[in-house]
Design a protein around this ligand. Structure first.
Ligand code: PGA
Length: 233
């Protein structure tokens, strides 16, 4: 299983350091063999001195080495901390920051050329789901994206389940992941209100290779509990 924590705009630099140290000890002491990813804020990136299988990734970066892009960070700033993993296409960047599919594909191609592991997010709105256009919409979010890229991980995150406390139903996740599996060889994650009480059920879904977690992972104790409850699926 893959367990990924997306901090979004949460946690300070000081707490992130404490978080990673605690998580690192937990993973080592419990001999957890899963792949663990943490995406802190850009201001909290660090080397951390990790000794277990935790990978630190960037939530976002501009597709340039460096340059004049006020407020953004580029490859040079990621290289400083040895970051080789990035989230691309998250619904909050698509919806709130108005990133277009064309720009997302440009980002994807830039970081693919740099050999980054890319967690690529897709997900439909409630409206799209209600009008039974989910798969059509999800496939359109792959426009310009190389599905054969060997460092690709795909995260299916229905927008209506993000941050609401109510995850999608097991049958709905199962249906979408099985459909994606027909064309996507990359690991498939589910995201949207994953927590310690539903991880067992979600981890048991046939084509689910892991989870991308927001709110329930912002406190380290809670993220550790999710990882613990997801064992032996
Ligand atoms: P959530 O967020 O776990 O708070 O629903 C998931 C995500 O946006 O990745």
């Amino acid at each position: 299983m893959i367990y990924a924590s997306n901090f979004k705009t949460n946690n300070t630099r000081a707490y992130t350091k404490e978080y990673i140290n605690t998580l690192d000890d937990f993973i080592s002491e419990n001999s957890i063999k899963d792949e663990i990813y943490v995406f802190p804020t850009a201001t909290s990136l660090n080397m951390f001195g990790i000794s277990s299988n935790i990978t630190i990734g960037a939530q976002n970066a501009y597709p340039v080495k460096n340059g004049s892009y006020t407020g953004e960070i580029g490859l040079e700033q990621l290289d400083e901390f040895g970051i080789k993993t990035i989230l691309i296409g998250h619904s909050e960047r698509r919806e709130i920051l108005k990133e277009s599919q064309e720009f997302i594909a440009q980002k994807f191609n830039f970081f693919k050329e740099q050999g980054f592991r890319i967690i690529y997010c897709i997900g439909e709105t409630k409206e799209t789901r209600d009008s039974r256009k989910t798969m059509e919409y999800l496939w359109s979010e792959f426009d310009g994206i190389d599905l054969e890229y060997d460092k690709l991980i795909v995260a299916y995150e229905p927008i209506w389940a993000i941050g609401t406390g109510v995850s999608a139903k097991k049958e709905d996740i199962d249906e979408v992941l099985s459909a994606l599996r027909l064309r996507v060889k990359a690991p498939l994650l589910y995201g949207g209100s994953v927590k310690s009480t539903n991880i067992k059920e979600i981890a048991s879904i046939k084509d689910c290779d892991g989870v991308l977690i927001g709110s329930a992972s912002w406190k380290v104790e809670s993220f550790c509990e999710i990882i613990k409850n997801g064992q032996n699926q």
